[in-house]
Design a protein around this ligand. Structure first.
Ligand SMILES: Cc1ncc(COP(=O)(O)O)c(C=O)c1O
Length: 362
C-alpha cells in the first residue's frame, strides 16, 4: 500500500526533539504567547526574508485578520482565484467583503494576470494571490496591476512554505503573506496553526493587537479583536521542523522530478518555470478519465487525493454569490485533476511504483 500521506511517519524523526521541547515548555510554564511563539516568529521571518511575522490560530484566521487589518468598507470587492480552497473565499466573506472570482491560467493553476484588469471595478480594494500546489503566482505582473489600481495584495501561502519566485520567498511580495501550519502542510504543526508575514510597521502592530482581543496592553482594548494566537506548544514544535524545511522541500522536489521524467506524456503534468522554485505541496496530473484513473490506482494499492473535487462556486455554502457567472477553466481543473503521493515519507522506489501504475492505465 502506498499511502497518500502518513502523519505518524512524517513526524516520527522529530519525536525525541519534540519530547525534549515539550518537557522544556512544561518547565517554562508559559502557554500563551510565550518565548516559543516569539522565537518562531523571528525564525520564520528570517527564513522567508520578511520584516515581521505574527503567529495566529490557523490559515483561515491569517487570511481573515489580513483582510480585517485594512478596515475596508463593508461590501468592498476582493479578487480571488476561482479554483482555490474554500478557506480563501470564506476569509473574504467573513470579513464582510465580496469575493470576485477570476479564472486561473490553465497551465499554472494560478491567477491569470491577463484576466485581472477586466475584473477590477471601482469597488475593488484587494486581491488574494494563492500560490496553489506550491508554485508562486506571477507576482511581478500581479503587483504591477495592483499598484496601478491602488489595490492591496495578500498572498495565500498555505501551499507554499519556502517556495520562491526569482529567489524571493512566497509571502514577501504582497502587503501580507498568510500561512497555514495544518499538519499536512510543507511546514506542518501537530495541530492547527498559522501566521502572517508583514511589511508595514503599523500593520504589524495592528495585527498583533487584532489576534489578541484588540489589545496591545493588558486589559486595554483599542479595537474589537479576536482570540487567534499561534499556540505556544505548536510554535515549539514548528521551530524544530523549520530547521528541516529546506530538506523536506528538496525531497519533494526530487520526487517531483522523478514524476516529471517518467510519467507518460498522456498525463498533463505541472508546468515547470525556471523562475520559480516550487515546493510541491501537491503534485497533480490532469486526465479526462480522472475518476477511473483514481480507482485503477486504488486497486493497485496506491492512494491519491483530489485538490479539489468541487469548485468553490458549486459549494452549497457559497450558493447565489456569483450570479450567472461561469467558470469553465475551474470546472475543467476540478473535473480532471488528481494529486499523486509526494510526501517526504515516500521513497524513490514508491514513486516509481506509482508511475508504473499510472503508465499502464488506458
Ligand atoms: C489555499 C488554502 N488557504 C487557506 C487554508 C486554510 O488553512 P487552515 O486549515 O490552517 O485554516 C488552506 C487549508 O488547507 C488552503 O489550502
Amino acid at each position: 500500500m502506498i499511502e497518500y500521506e502518513n502523519l505518524h511517519r512524517l513526524n516520527k524523526p522529530f519525536r525525541e526533539e519534540f519530547l525534549h521541547a515539550f518537557n522544556h515548555m512544561l518547565e517554562e510554564g508559559q502557554f500563551i504567547l510565550g518565548n516559543q511563539v516569539t522565537m518562531f516568529e523571528q525564525e520564520f521571518a528570517a527564513y522567508c526574508g520578511a520584516r515581521h511575522c505574527v503567529g495566529v490560530g490557523n490559515g483561515l484566521d491569517a487570511l481573515t485578520l489580513a483582510l480585517r487589518s485594512f478596515s475596508f468598507k463593508e461590501g468592498s470587492e476582493v479578487i480571488v482565484p476561482s479554483n482555490t480552497y474554500i478557506a480563501t473565499i470564506l476569509a473574504i466573506i467573513n470579513s464582510g467583503l465580496k469575493p470576485i472570482l477570476v479564472e486561473p491560467d490553465i497551465s499554472t493553476y494560478n491567477l491569470d494576470p491577463r484576466l485581472l484588469e477586466k475584473a477590477i471595478s471601482p469597488k475593488c480594494v484587494a486581491m488574494v494571490a494563492v500560490h496553489l500546489y506550491g508554485k508562486c503566482c506571477p507576482m511581478d505582473e500581479i503587483l504591477g496591476i495592483a499598484g496601478k489600481h491602488r489595490l492591496k495584495v495578500i498572498e495565500d501561502c498555505a501551499h507554499a512554505h519556502g517556495a520562491t519566485l526569482h529567489g524571493k520567498a512566497a509571502g514577501t511580495y504582497g502587503d501580507l503573506g498568510a500561512f497555514s501550519f495544518y499538519p499536512t502542510k510543507n511546514l506542518g504543526a501537530l495541530g492547527d496553526g498559522g501566521c502572517l508575514l508583514i511589511k508595514d510597521e503599523d500593520l504589524n502592530v495592528r495585527i498583533r493587537s487584532l489576534r489578541n482581543y484588540g489589545s496591545s496592553e493588558k486589559n486595554v482594548h483599542t479595537i474589537a479583536g479576536y482570540n487567534s494566537r499561534l499556540d505556544e506548544i505548536q510554535a515549539g514544535f514548528l521551530r524544530i521542523k523549520l530547521k528541516t524545511l529546506n530538506a523536506l522541500n528538496d525531497k519533494r522536489r526530487l520526487l517531483a522530478s522523478i514524476y516529471q521524467k517518467n510519467l507518460n506524456p498522456r498525463f498533463i503534468k505541472p508546468s515547470v518555470d525556471e523562475h520559480t522554485a516550487d515546493v510541491h505541496y501537491v503534485f497533480n496530473v490532469r486526465h479526462p478519465k480522472r475518476d477511473q484513473l483514481k480507482k485503477h490506482l486504488a486497486a493497485m494499492g496506491i492512494e491519491t487525493q483530489v485538490h479539489y473535487p468541487i469548485p468553490p462556486h458549486r459549494q452549497q455554502a457559497l450558493k447565489g454569490l456569483f450570479g450567472s457567472a461561469t467558470f469553465p477553466i475551474s470546472e475543467e481543473i476540478h473535473a480532471t485533476t488528481l494529486s499523486l503521493p509526494i510526501s517526504p515519507i515516500h521513497s524513490e522506489e514508491e514513486i516509481m511504483r506509482v508511475i508504473e501504475g499510472m503508465n499502464v492505465f488506458n
